[in-house]
Design a protein around this ligand. Sequence first.
Ligand SMILES: Cc1cc2nc3c(=O)[nH]c(=O)nc-3n(C[C@H](O)[C@H](O)[C@H](O)COP(=O)(O)OP(=O)(O)OC[C@H]3O[C@@H](n4cnc5c(N)ncnc54)[C@H](O)[C@@H]3O)c2cc1C
Length: 511
Amino acid sequence: MGGTMAGVGTDQRGLQRRALLTTTALAAVGGLVGCGSGARTRDLAPADGGSGTGLPTAIPAPRNPAPTAPSSTPTPADWKALAESLSGKLLRPGDAGYPAAHQLFDPAWDSVLPAAVSECADPADVATTLKFAERFKLPLTSKSGGHSYVGASTTNGGIVISVSSMKSITFSGTTAQVGAGAPLVQVYSALEARNRIIPAGSCQSVGVAGLTLGGGLSLANRVFGLTCDTVTQVQVVTADGAVHTANTSAEPNLYWACRGGGGGTLGVVTAFWFRTEASPLIGTFSVGWTWANAAAVVRGWQRYMETASEEVWASLRLTSNPNGTLSVRVFGVDVSNDPSAALDKLISAVGVEPEHQTATKNKHFSPDPPSGRVGFYAGTDILGQALPASGVTALLDAMTGAARAGVGATAAFDPLGGQVERLAVNATAFPWRKAFASIQWYSQSSNAKGARAWIASGHKAVASWAVGGYVNYLEANRTNGSLYFGPNLAKLASIKKTYDPNNVFKLPYTL
Ligand SMILES: Cc1cc2nc3c(=O)[nH]c(=O)nc-3n(C[C@H](O)[C@H](O)[C@H](O)COP(=O)(O)OP(=O)(O)OC[C@H]3O[C@@H](n4cnc5c(N)ncnc54)[C@H](O)[C@@H]3O)c2cc1C
């Protein structure tokens, strides 16, 4: 589909900023704003805290590098022994591949320098690296696509266990076996070749592991469920080096936790098995109103989403531009491929003629065009219900506050419901089954103070109707586990104790 739904703006420092995303690729316009370009550093504190590319057909035993010195700090010989014991690569500062291996999507974390990145080729490499980290009491973390909002997939002076080499995708009937390091672009294209789909996220470079472990919001959620809802099995290496295969009948608690419990806390997932769906032909639509009608649009979008069929997914975007202007728009997909009908119903729910609208038929779900690394500030709320009039007023006040301050920012409201709510709240670790929508507060402004103040004002505006936050949009200053896991926190914490009793996988933000 040709049309662009994107508005590309320029922030106060003249950096290009993509406020919304294109429709050429549909997943792109979905769960997230931010797959943009224009790298910028910012002033957040770093958070410490088969074959080379294939999945193994048989699981080899961990290889233990022979200790060369009984020291608490690894010597060069220890590192060398570790490197030699891996099927994959060990990258240390000074190695050619180290910069690319240790960097995350957000350049804000470039200053965090791990002692090594272990690019594991298979579960045995993961187990070997875990043993080494334990022997020298090194901090460790796991990394797939590197899109953590809080820099959780890197660690100063420690070891990053990278699964990025484990990215092969194979099929058995309609089940796809996906290496945990596959970026979404690879997942989409392998599935597309078979005319299949899973409901996955928007950004090509997001890793399948982080996305799926946290739940997975997308344009296809209402019709196919969350990404994690289509997982039928996971392979996980725990801190003791054991390799687990978890599904409904084998280790069901681990399976449960890996569907929405968030990455980085239980072990290192090395592979997922997904149930795939036939890729439908879909319609898309985009519509915008003048800001003077913003309250009517928010109310109308809410009314529409409360009764819309699960074939329709529509996202409300409120944007303040750095030049002080504001815009409100909705874009969406209709899996019955009748976008004009969906659009008409939305416009009628709003009750005001839009400034512009487009509708296109016969598209497929697919990710955004590729984008560069970018710095951003973000926050999350999950709305338990539609906002009443007082909430809408508070929300619009927060947006006009951002515009007055010259802060470029987008509040992205993505609907839940449909297949997401068909499952019980405790069916998987993702707890927001019965909620109305997710909100992402997102800014690429170079005005850090202004962006943070706006995010805080957004939280405040919707606080009375918010039930929690989405774990894949973690906020470093909101560390309470119940915020992200609600009623599922206790079960998740107990599974964490079983599988990681010594808290080797520390993530200060959630568990
Ligand atoms: C540009 C952009 C677009 C996005 N679009 C969407 C979207 O459309 N929908 C949506 O739901 N979310 C979206 N997100 C959020 C995204 O889902 C999370 O940031 C997710 O955690 C990223 O996963 P990753 O593997 O890329 O990140 P990483 O930083 O590699 O990992 C994230 C977390 O998972 C852990 N982890 C990584 N690999 C493993 C593993 N193999 N086993 C266990 N733990 C692991 C890490 O330690 C870290 O704690 C987006 C984020 C960005 C920056």
